[in-house]
Design a protein around this ligand. Structure first.
Ligand SMILES: [Zn+2]
Length: 359
């Protein structure tokens, strides 16, 4: 069993506030005199039913965490720690998602908020050896005109490298807002060369995925797991090469599936879908990127060759440059080609990692 922390991968679904370490959240809350709900600090993974009230609880906790991020220093710390944590788990390319709106009041507007995140992403890339690019995401809870404003702002920083905006997203409760009304914002983003990466197909099923596909022309779907409930739709996503950012811990935390074994990872992969595993919100689900790969191995029985394929899918679905993608794919090949260190737990693999592989 190869060490999954050493498997090079791209992380395409991680939210800015949701990436936060619990001790960091505690520091910020104390520093700003903000009282936090105990549920955010007790290290217990969030489990809520997949209904309006469950989502409301998730949103309330998320908002409470977001309310602790109140300065440029806080924002920089978040990006730096997200990159460090990702790098430690073998992520070589992180496309972190941020809606700058809520941080804007503390740093002088949405433009400085985006620029701080981009600058922090550049610094973190250099410091941790993981390329950190940014997805700017609008919220379904706000007016579609706000989404257009964000899309125009995101377009100004479009690129593919560290500290550049690579995509435009649409987040928050899938059941809110009229998807078609966000089409104009996505047109602006697409014209600027940004990937279209809206959420869809987690809380709602195939008919909503259909709406998102028709209106927003996604390159990748945030989640998209429930597209598998309609074989024709899934076949169309495969045909159109729409990648699925599958986040098993999120699906279970939000009650979409009863447990990890119910997440249809294998059926999606076997149908030919390009799947990129993601952590979504480690702060709330107490589960990071590596945990998703471990679950694929331990719960879904993925072999090392299949896990390498998952990593390749994540790299190919990223917006990294051709050169970066080639390098990462070669490193995935090298991971798979390494002599098998033999049976052992992940911890064994980690502790033996400093020694050259035997035989
Ligand atoms: Zn998400």
């Amino acid at each position: 069993m190869r060490d999954l922390a050493k498997l090079p991968k791209a992380h395409l679904h991680l939210h800015f506030t949701g990436s936060m370490r619990v001790p960091t959240l505690r520091d910020m809350a104390v520093g700003h005199g903000v009282r936090l709900p105990g549920a955010l600090l007790d290290g217990d993974p969030l489990r809520v039913p997949a209904d309006e009230r469950g989502w409301f609880r998730f949103q309330r906790l998320y908002d409470a965490a977001r309310a602790c991020v109140r300065s440029e220093a806080d924002m920089r710390r978040l990006v730096d720690e997200a990159a460090a944590d990702d790098a430690a788990e073998g992520s070589r390319r992180l496309e972190i998602q941020v809606d700058p709106t809520s941080y804007a009041p503390f740093v002088g507007g949405i433009t400085p908020a985006v620029e701080i995140v981009l600058d922090a992403a550049r610094a973190a890339s250099a410091a941790h050896g993981v390329e950190v690019a940014v997805v700017v995401a609008a919220s379904r809870m706000r007016h579609p005109l706000d989404a257009r404003t964000l899309a125009r702002l995101a377009a100004r920083y479009a690129g593919e490298g560290p500290g550049e905006v690579v995509g435009f997203g649409l987040s928050n409760d899938e059941r809110r807002g009229d998807t078609a009304e966000f089409a104009a914002a996505f047109r602006i983003a697409r014209r600027a060369g940004l990937a279209s990466v809206p959420h869809g197909g987690e809380l709602l099923g195939p008919s909503h995925v259909r709406d998102v596909v028709d209106a927003l022309h996604p390159d990748r779907l945030g989640h998209g797991v429930r597209a598998g409930e309609d074989r024709a739709l899934l076949a169309e996503l495969v045909e159109r090469e729409v990648a699925l950012e599958v986040c098993p811990a999120s699906n279970v935390g939000l009650g979409v599936y009863a447990d990890t074994s119910q997440v249809p990872l294998r059926p999606l992969v076997e149908a030919g879908a390009s799947v990129a595993l993601g952590a979504d919100d480690p702060l709330l689900f107490s589960s990071r990127l590596l945990d998703q790969y471990v679950a694929a191995r331990e719960v879904h029985g993925f072999t090392d060759a299949e896990l390498a394929d998952l990593a390749r899918s994540s790299v190919r679905a990223s917006r990294a440059s051709e050169g970066t993608r080639r390098r990462l794919l070669a490193d995935v090949d090298a991971w798979l080609a390494d002599p098998d260190p033999g049976p052992g737990t992940g911890a064994d693999a980690l502790s033996s990692a400093s020694h050259p592989p035997a035989g």
